[in-house]
Design a protein around this ligand. Structure first.
Ligand SMILES: Nc1ncnc2c1ncn2[C@@H]1O[C@H](COP(=O)(O)OP(=O)(O)OP(=O)(O)O)[C@@H](O)[C@H]1O
Length: 242
């Protein structure tokens, strides 16, 4: 199967802190990959390196068959990489529809009727249609998370990066968001999802990568990875060999 994303020896440090340390992994077209790791492990920094808002010290990012390491964040966005932010960042004084339109016009490069049609389709998909005229600043947390996904999808991504989108939600809200992510994935969009709410992640992804101190320390079948010595050591603080 062809690869949508390939990270090759990707490294970045802030002083003595290595946020990415020789990261290597690939994502197949249409695959959903989960990423877990302790706080400060470098997960969000990895998204910043993929989207191009953070420059690598060394290594390469290949996207859709091209080496994009030297490309700007704007160029990578036009090529089809979109993300949601851990802390939702809507234009709070604008409506949900206006927020969606900004992504459709600026990131997807659409205008007029084509942009409006895309936004309406995405709002239907993300369950925000009845909030289209609501100011983004008055949305509930669940709907702010839905708006994050809406804005990313209005960029018409081939690769969707989700950063802790389930955090802070109730069980029922989380369940409903998982269903929406499954629906998006079913349309063929490739997904990398960083998430601490592991049961939500495992309902969607078919492979898991574990990051600690910027390094990939485990990768594979989600349930086998969750059962692995590396994950138990990190999350339970035990020496599994003892
Ligand atoms: N611009 C920066 N300058 C200096 N240090 C930074 C910068 N960005 C991130 N860091 C540091 O790099 C480390 C990794 O941060 P990052 O946000 O990537 O981790 P994370 O795995 O996403 O954490 P969390 O699960 O808490 O969101 C942290 O110690 C953080 O303080």
């Amino acid at each position: 199967m062809s690869k949508i994303l390939k990270l090759e020896g990707l490294s970045r440090a802030f002083g003595a802190v290595k946020v990415a340390d020789q990261l290597n992994y690939e994502l197949s077209q249409g695959e959903a990959l989960g990423v877990i790791g302790p706080n400060g492990a470098g997960k969000t920094s990895m998204f910043n390196l993929i989207t191009g808002t953070l420059a690598a010290d060394s290594g390469k990012v290949h996207f859709d068959g091209r080496d994009v390491t030297a490309q700007s964040a704007a160029a990578r966005s036009r090529m089809g990489i979109a993300r949601s932010f851990q802390v939702p960042q809507p234009f709070t004084h604008m409506t949900v529809f206006e927020n969606a339109m900004i992504a459709a016009t600026q990131a997807a490069g659409l205008s007029g009727r084509a942009a409006e049609t895309l936004c309406l389709d995405v709002l239907e998909q993300t369950g925000l249609m009845d909030k289209a005229n609501t100011p983004a600043g008055s949305l509930t947390l669940l709907n702010r998370k839905r708006l994050e996904m809406t804005r990313a999808l209005c960029a018409k991504p081939k690769l969707l990066l989700l950063d802790e989108i389930a955090g802070g939600l109730t069980e029922a809200e989380c369940h409903s968001l998982v269903q929406t992510i499954k629906d998006v994935h079913a349309t063929g969009v490739s997904i990398i999802w960083i998430e601490h709410v592991v049961h939500a992640l495992l309902a969607v992804v078919s492979r898991l990568v574990v990051i600690d101190f910027g390094r990939k320390i485990a990768e594979g079948d989600p349930r086998e990875v969750m059962d692995s010595r590396e994950v138990k050591e990190i999350y339970l603080g035990i020496d599994a060999d003892a």
